[in-house]
Each structure stands twice: as C-alpha cells, then as structure tokens.
Design a protein around this ligand. Structure first.
Ligand code: NDP
Length: 399
C-alpha cells in the first residue's frame, strides 16, 4: 500500500519496525532513519528478506531541514516519530513543509524544561488542516491505547463517563537493582515531576509520588501504585463527555523508588547543566549513559504488564462500571520481536496508528489525539496485532 519514514531506532522503534514488516500489505517500503545509523543497519540486516523493502539513513531530527530533505528524497505517506519528544516540533514542521502525515507516541517537551503539555502541538491544528494532512498524537499505549479505550467505552457503554482511572502496572523483573523500561531520561523526568489529576474542571497538583494506592491487578496480583501526571489526562478531560475526575497511576517497586530518591538527593536527576572538567554536562543525561539501555532488557525481563482504564458513569440513567485492559508477557514479546513488553506495548500501537492513516480508515485532516477517531477499527487491530484486550463489568475500584 505505501511508505513510512520511521525516525528513531531505539526500543519502541525496533518493535514498530518488526510489526511494519509483519504487515507488509500496508507497509510496502520503510525508511529507518536515526542518529546512529549502525543501529538502523543492524535492524535492516536482521529483517531483510521479507516483503517490506527496508532503507536506512542517518539523520539529526532536531534539524528540520535534514528531515525535509529526507522526506523529499523518500516521499513517504507518513513520518513516524519514534525518537524522543524533543524532536516532535522539528519533525511536525518538516511534515508541514512537505505535506506529509505525522505520528508520534509522546507529546512535545522542551529539552531544558521538564514540562510536557499538548499546547505546543495543538497550536498546529489549523496549519495541518489547511495543508490537508493528519498529525496523530500519542499513538503508543499510554497515551494511545488508553485514549482509544476511553473512546470505545464512551461509544459503546456510557451516555456519560464521570470517572476514569488509568492504571499502568509492570510486574516485570529484569534483575538489575535499577533500570528504566524506556528511555531513562524521559522516564525519570516523568516520574520525578509533580503529580496532578483533573477534578471538577481544574488541575490538582501533588508532590511527586505523594498519592499511593494498592491495587490487585488481574493476572499480576497486588502492587503499590502512585499517582502521576500523564499527558492523556489533558486531552481526555476535554474530549470525553461528563468527566468529573481523571487520574493516572503507575506501579513502582520499592527498590526503584529507593534508588530514584537517592539519585535525586545527590543531584543526578537534575537537568540543569553543570561544569565538569572544563565542559558542561547535564547530570540526567550522564545518568542515562551509565544506566542499562532499555533495549538490552529484553532477554532478561520476566513477568507481565497490565495496562488499562476503569470507567464509571451512566447509561440510560443507571450506574455503570467498566474496566478494559491488556496483559502482556515480557518473555513472549522477546520471543516474537526481541524486545520487552514496555517497548512492545508502545511499538504495536504506533504501527496500528500509522496503518489507520495510511489505509484511510482514520482520515480527518488536522492535529488529533487518538480518542478523536472511531475506536472500533483500532480495537480490532489490537486483537489482531498482539495486544488483545479483556473487559470486566464489575471491577475493583480505586478509592
Ligand atoms: P530510546 O532511547 O530507546 O530510543 C530513542 C531513539 O531516538 C534512539 O534510536 C535515538 O538515537 C533516537 N534519537 C534521539 N535523538 C535523535 C535525534 N535528534 N535525531 C534522530 N534520532 C534521534 O527510546 P524509546 O524507544 O524507549 O522511546 C521512544 C519514544 O517512545 C519516547 O518518546 C518515549 O517517550 C515514547 N514512549 C511512549 C510510550 C507510550 O505508551 N505512549 C511508552 C514508552 C515510551 P541513538 O540510538 O543515537 O540514541
């Protein structure tokens, strides 16, 4: 059917690329372009021989001109930004200049401020609409599948949804005392930031990890989970009818939290540059360099993830509860695509989102979050491409 330019070649991109190659009816040709070209070539060598034609290139995606040049050369139907959130705007600019569709899995955040919000990308709505192209924001699991779950709940089971709790549990064990499951810099910026949730039309801010709950997750068991700010809260609070409160919880083990606290206390998670032996270094970037590469966790990680949403609201005047979630097994993911489940649960929806745009199933022009499209074809594709979901109409609630 068409061509995709995939930017980035880390944990998430590697899964998405495997999945694009499994789906060669849609992804006839792909270009893998990243900062370190050897990683792209290694993956191409592993996957070559299938029906998807693979090209590789070196690119600095912070440089819009370089991205424009590569788009003009390869002429993709979509650019999948699977590098980092810092590159979102540079790549969106390149897509606008070349009238090419855009997709990412994380919303823009400036390199020097640990703050993410949709404003910067939503500002492109009119420009994308006028250019006749689509930008699909946050096509990972959370955001991404959690947003599609919300649209699905709204479409099929509720007249109004009053409460949403998004629960992200990882019971995987990689055997390291401390490592992050996706890009360490982005991960640590996210979990060390203040928490927040939306209630009665306003944001309530909390200290980092201030709110803790224990939840008994299906197929995983009881876990401690902590309230975080998360980007899909911002768009769901606007796009889902009748919302009174929306929260996001993620599980963390005690060892992870103790290490994080210690690293914070000694200044290693700071993004303020410091002077070291005559040069400027950012402590968090240095920390990333000494931590295990998330892509290397695949062969070591055992256990499962469970990510889903609990909805409460009304249908035909009656109270309704609904929980929809996916359980993913780290070792099965590794057997299939050589990655752990966090990369898998993000890379699969990235491929599906691109497919929805490329085959015209989702064809609105402008800048959109995932819950703004018909969820049904995406939900079917999750079952087909490795992330089946489970429904529970009488779930345990979070207090
Ligand atoms: P990795 O660090 O493993 O990979 C990032 C890749 O981007 C690397 O290949 C890196 O190159 C490349 N890159 C970085 N900067 C540039 C640049 N300027 N130009 C070109 N390439 C660049 O990260 P992950 O794969 O773990 O995460 C990827 C994205 O997925 C992140 O944005 C993350 O926030 C998001 N994510 C989303 C989730 C969701 O559910 N929505 C969940 C998990 C992650 P190099 O190899 O040289 O370092």
């Amino acid at each position: 059917m068409g061509k995709a330019l995939i930017i980035g070649c880390g944990g998430v991109a590697s899964v998405a690329i495997h999945k694009c190659c499994q789906n060669s009816e849609v992804f006839k040709e792909i270009m893998i372009a990243s900062r370190t070209k050897s990683k792209c070539d290694d993956l191409k060598n592993k996957l070559d021989g299938g029906r998807t034609i693979i090209h590789t290139a070196q690119i600095d995606a912070d440089n819009t001109e370089e991205v424009i040049e590569l788009i003009n050369k390869f002429k993709p139907d979509i650019v999948m930004n699977l590098a980092l959130p810092y590159q979102d705007l540079a790549i969106m600019e390149a897509c606008l200049a070349t009238k090419t569709n855009y997709l990412d899995t994380a919303n823009y955040e400036p390199l020097d401020t640990a703050k993410f919000e949709y404003k910067w990308q939503w500002d492109y709505r009119e420009k994308f609409e006028k250019a006749g192209i689509t930008a699909l924001l946050g096509s990972g699991f959370d955001p991404g599948v959690t947003s599609v779950f919300s649209a699905y709940a709204q479409k099929h089971y509720f007249d109004e949804i009053n409460y949403i709790d998004i629960l992200d549990a990882n019971a995987g064990d990689h055997g390291y005392p401390f490592a992050t499951n996706f890009n360490p810099e982005i991960n640590i910026r996210e979990v060390s930031a203040k928490g927040s949730y939306w209630e009665d039309g306003r944001w309530i801010e909390t200290e980092p990890m201030e709110i803790k709950r224990v939840y008994n997750f299906p197929q995983i068991g009881e876990k401690d989970m902590y309230l975080l700010h998360h980007e899909e809260l911002e768009s769901l609070a606007l796009n889902i009818k009748g919302i009174k409160r929306i929260r996001f919880f993620m599980t963390f083990g005690q060892s992870y939290l103790t290490h994080l606290k210690c690293l914070e206390n000694v200044g290693m998670t700071s993004i303020e540059p410091i002077e070291y032996q005559g040069m400027k270094i950012v402590p968090l970037q240095f920390l990333k360099a000494v931590l295990p590469d998330p892509a290397s966790l695949g062969p070591r990680t055992k256990g499962k993830t469970n990510i889903g949403c609990i909805f409460q609201g009304k249908k035909d005047g009656k109270d309704v509860k609904y929980y929809v979630y996916n359980v993913c097994d780290h070792e099965e993911c590794y057997r299939e695509v050589g990655s752990q489940a966090i990369s898998y649960t993000t890379g699969v929806p990235a491929m599906i989102g691109a497919m929805m745009i490329m085959n015209g199933t989702w064809n609105k022009k402008g800048v959109f979050n995932m819950e703004e499209f018909d969820p049904d074809p995406f939900m079917d594709a999750l079952n087909e491409w490795g992330l089946p979901w489970i429904e529970d109409f009488d779930p345990l609630l979070v207090d």
